[in-house]
Ligand binder design. Structure first.
Ligand code: ZN
Length: 243
């Protein structure tokens, strides 16, 4: 099975369409979406509808949840909160209902766990940024592979049989049976690793390989739409620097 693994689209339709085109050109069997359909970008409805149409399964992200329950946005920074409230005013009832139907975790098959933020209490939206974070979360799931997003930083944490944790950034990795993996495909719609290109991954369970891909998209158009929508300008500016 070849899984296209996408996360954190955040209403950026230009990035999402470019990633879907590239994923289709490479070829995949099932698409997994790791949450945050909306928030930040100017096309929330289009992104929800396109992902819903293409995804084999999807989980709820913290921005999706905040659009449904705006009191959760009190914990967001000012720009993220304004984008959540902007999105809430525009999302159709049908798209709201779809987001409300999504689980915190899902399993496309027995060996793979899918979450937005982290396997331990996924509703708390903890970040997995360091080897220390990864070590804690490896203790709170049993599958060999956990796919997660939320940080918008692509990379893989690896747990060796002796318990040692290492990390690789965005190189292809052979997923051998003796080790366990926490894998982040990076963000489609708002990368934060100082590379502006949209990020996604491909998990091949037969060849047992995970690969990262970066895709150029019309960032000028996505920025212009954010400004024209009256969303905070910083949300447009950060797209060009990948932060
Ligand atoms: Zn996100």
């Amino acid at each position: 099975m070849r899984y296209a693994v996408l996360s954190d689209a955040h209403g950026n339709l230009e990035a999402l369409e470019a990633v879907l085109k590239e994923a289709e050109a490479i070829g995949y069997d099932r698409l997994l979406f790791l949450g945050d359909f909306v928030g930040y970008g100017a096309n929330p409805n289009e992104c929800v509808e396109l992902i819903r149409e293409k995804a084999y399964l999807a989980v709820l992200g913290n921005h999706d949840s905040a659009v449904l329950h705006p009191e959760e946005a009190d914990y967001f920074n000012e720009f993220a909160r304004r984008a959540v409230l902007w999105t809430r005013e525009r999302l159709t009832k049908e798209n709201m209902n779809y987001l409300a139907s999504l689980p915190f975790t899902a399993k496309p098959e027995g060996n793979i766990l899918v979450v937005h933020a982290s396997p331990h209490k996924p509703e708390k939206w903890d970040y997995i940024l360091s080897i220390y974070d990864a070590e804690f979360h490896f203790g709170h799931f049993s599958e060999p592979i956990c796919l997660f997003g939320h940080s918008h930083i692509p990379g893989i944490f690896i747990r060796e049989p002796d318990g040692k944790i290492t990390m690789i950034e965005d190189e292809p990795l052979k997923l051998d049976d003796s080790r366990r993996f926490l894998i982040n495909p990076g963000s489609v719609g708002q990368p934060r690793d100082l590379d502006w290109r949209a990020s996604f991954g491909l998990l091949d369970t037969e060849k047992r390989v995970f690969e990262f891909f970066r895709v150029e998209y019309d960032v000028d158009k996505a920025q212009l739409k954010i400004k024209e929508a009256g969303l905070p300008e910083v949300l447009a500016e950060r797209l060009a620097i990948g932060y």
